[in-house]
Design a protein around this ligand. Structure first.
Ligand code: 3H9
Length: 700
């Protein structure tokens, strides 16, 4: 294998290049190569300055995450960066793509940083449940100040090159050839013989905070935000705080130890699992490796309601022209107006410029009637959930649309195969299930019909990524993966309320678990009337929900539901009237109410989802446990530090989950809680969903 780090000369400038595809991660050979070649260039009297550049699509994107948890191999990243920092000649990092984590830490070990216009720089370790472990928490605050560094470290979000220039993280933006620009920059440095700028030795940006430590606490509390209590954010604050009182060398050692301690936490393991699961989810196990996407230059969305409008926005946001189709001029006008209002609201909040609003609106055309789909390479239908209507639309699309166009349905419940069979080209039909609000929610369930062609699936994945979604391929079943599992939680939440809990208790336990919202607050947000109407049509009844709906308590939209909402507020306030409705419902059903613990609430709401996830795997609806996790992380607010339901099940132990489900099933006489066959088998064999994933991968 060729060396991933090489050195070449451009006159008196040594150019060290990292070439370790795909993202130039700092595997052992890269660390060793960097250390060796920086030392070599430093020792060479004919070298006046050193440029560090990267080949391929990006600057170094961080430590090699796949090496975490394996025995450490010298040099550590800290050792390599310390040696770079100690070089006696000017050093310049030339940044393109993304300088992330350990990559930015390497760049911070250099004296100067130049970047291409579209580069991004960040310390995303927090998103992996970690802190920067190679000097980032010490060098960044010294270079740009604590008030600017803390939000970067605590959010994990990268900043743009222009922001970095403004903050002093980058010294120059290079237009055109980056390496040539960096070499020119280095030559200037060498000729001016300025003293070396070492972030590790800078103290002036710390003075203000040293004088006023209270200010540090204020800035830190703001940067931590909702993540208070999680291990990595707390450690990050502690690490940055060291800049105020602990000498640099000592602080670096302590930072490293904190990093190592975080590596073994469940939180970090869960977040790292999520990182790889997200990337794995786009790989379809049986798809031939050479499958190519079809080209999508023009899209059409049928239905100008909230969902259709949101989907059209996703395309416009990604720069793909899209036609919004409605049945009448009036509906179309309303749909387009709603989209414009959405964009304008974002602009008012400072999220985009007025010019951006116009640019995006110019990409969205309107048309009345399905003829408007004739030029589209991808059509997404987002009309009512009515099989007859969908089949009629797909039958017409079959005649109108171009050969090879992807015909997608956004159905959340209906049989994609039946829809596909209403056309003469079921191979082009697929489900693309967006989550509301579609322009915000990241998850995209791609529903693969039994006849969907591989290149149609691949196109949906590629387009999904292009429009900034996290695509996961699933099979056809009622509710697909996410909603099918959610249903299990809903059933138990309703039962818990009848047995003795109150909505606010169930919601509080769910929030404490880490979800942003509990099932009842979510019911109020979605609208209680939706389920009520469906149940009425089916002749079914949910005693509590339907009594609320009959009293006109539809949720947030009517100011009352499971909770009361003050005018203009979304904060749920428990309501004694609801408590009475619940007590009456229990009495009517002859249920003797009992106190219900938080533990039982979690076991009864979360474990049945895991159980359903196991059934979904058994049936092959999801191809990997990690796919289910990704769906829950991006579609339903599952806390990332718990890794997703299937990963979480592994952390509590499958035997425990199985036994508790069996216990509740027996105690309550509730067959729906009986452990799934797969869960039972894995528990008996002492296995995990992760081990099942490895078995599945080997078998494919
Ligand atoms: C760190 O640096 C700790 C230090 O402070 C201290 C250490 C002591 N390692 O995302 P993509 C793989 S923590 C190993 O699809 P994109 C990825 O799995 C690290 N592998 O591409 C995928 O593999 P595959 C801090 C990595 O263009 C392939 O590369 N850094 C790593 O959409 C392509 O990835 C981060 O957290 C890695 N670090 O996005 C950055 N990164 O093809 C994490 C990627 O087999 N990375 N892979 O599925 C990213 O955010 C994105 O990958 C990036 C590119 C934006 C760079």
């Amino acid at each position: 294998m060729s060396d991933p780090v090489t050195l070449r000369r451009e006159g008196a400038i040594a150019v060290i290049t990292v070439d370790n595809p795909p993202v130039n991660a700092l595997k052992h050979a890269v660390r060793a190569g960097l250390q060796k070649l920086f030392k070599e260039a430093d020792a060479d009297a004919s070298v006046q300055a050193i440029v560090l550049a990267c080949a391929g699509r990006t600057f170094i994107a961080g430590a090699d995450i796949t090496e975490f948890g394996k025995p450490p191999m010298a040099p550590s990243l800290i050792e390599a960066i310390t040696d770079i920092d100690n070089v006696s000649k000017p050093t310049v990092a030339a940044i393109h793509g993304t300088a992330l984590g350990g990559g930015l830490e390497v760049a911070l070990g250099c004296n100067y940083r130049v970047a291409s216009k579209d580069a991004k720089l960040g310390l995303p370790e927090i998103k992996l449940g970690l802190i920067p472990g190679a000097g980032g928490t010490q060098r960044l605050p010294r270079l740009i100040g604590i008030d600017k560094a803390l939000p970067i470290i605590l959010s994990g979000n990268p900043i743009s090159a222009s922001q970095a220039l403004q903050d002093g993280l980058v010294d120059e933006i290079i237009e055109g050839d980056l390496t040539a620009g960096a070499i020119a920059f280095a030559k200037r440095l060498a000729s001016e013989q300025l003293s070396l700028k070492r972030a590790s030795r800078m103290e002036d940006k710390l003075t203000e905070f040293r004088k006023n430590p209270e200010k540090f606490n204020e800035v830190a509390a703001k940067a931590v935000g909702r993540n208070k209590g999680l291990k990595a954010p707390m450690a990050a604050v502690e690490a940055v705080k060291m800049t105020l009182s602990v000498p640099f060398e000592e602080a670096i050692k302590r930072e490293r130890n904190m990093f190592i301690e975080l590596l073994v936490t469940d939180e970090s393991k869960s977040q790292r699992h999520a990182f790889f699961a997200e990337r794995e989810a786009t790989k379809v196990l049986d798809m031939p490796a050479d499958t190519k996407s079809r080209e999508v230059k023009q899209a059409a969305v049928i239905g100008g309601g909230t969902m259709g409008g949101g989907i059209a926005m996703c395309f416009a946001n990604a720069g793909i022209p899209v036609t919004l189709i409605e049945t009448t001029d009036e509906f179309l006008k309303n749909g387009l107006a709603k989209i414009r209002t959405n964009y304008e609201n974002t602009a008012k909040r400072g999220g985009m410029s007025e010019a951006d609003v116009e640019k995006r609106m110019s990409l969205i055309k309107g048309a009345v009637g399905l003829e408007g789909t004739k030029d589209a390479d991808m059509v997404i239908e987002a009309v009512f959930e009515e099989m007859g209507l969908k089949k009629e639309i797909f039958g017409k699309l079959d005649k109108i649309t171009k050969k090879g166009a992807i015909l997608a349905t956004n159905t959340s419940t209906l049989d994609v195969n039946e829809i596909a069979n209403s056309t003469s080209r079921p191979q082009d039909v697929i489900g693309m299930h967006f989550f509301s609000p579609a322009n915000i929610m990241k998850l995209l369930e791609i529903v693969r019909g039994e006849k969907s062609a591989f290149d149609a699936i691949q196109t949906a994945i590629t387009v999904g990524r292009k429009i900034a979604k996290v695509p996961v391929v699933v099979g056809v079943c009622y509710g697909f993966v996410g909603n099918r599992m959610l249903h299990r939680r809903g059933v138990q939440a309703d039962r818990l309320v009848l047995e003795g809990a109150l909505p606010q208790e169930v919601d509080a336990a769910t929030l404490e678990f880490g979800f942003p919202m509990g099932p009842f607050a979510m019911g109020d947000l979605a609208g209680i009337d939706v389920g009520w109407r469906i149940r009425r049509a089916r002749g079914e009844r949910n005693e509590v929900a339907d009594t609320l709906a009959e009293a006109g308590r539809f949720g947030q939209k009517t100011g009352k539901g499971y909770y009361i909402y003050e005018k203009g507020s979304r904060t749920p306030i428990p309501d004694p009237e609801v408590e009475k409705i619940i007590l009456d419902a229990s009495a009517k059903k002859g249920i003797k109410r009992r106190p219900i613990s938080k533990q039982e609430i979690i076991e009864r709401t979360v474990y049945p989802m895991i159980n359903e996830g196991a059934r979904i795997l058994e049936e092959g609806i999801a191809s990997r446990p990690g796919d289910i996790d990704v769906i829950w992380l991006y579609g339903y607010g599952w806390p990332v530090w718990r890794g997703g339901p299937m990963h979480y099940a592994d952390t509590v132990g499958l035997k425990h989950v199985r036994d508790r489900l069996a216990h509740h099933a027996k105690e309550l006489g509730d067959k729906s809680l009986e452990p799934a066959k797969l869960l039972d088998r894995l528990a008996n064999e002492g296995k995990t969903f992760a081990s099942l994933a490895s078995e599945m991968k080997k078998a494919s």
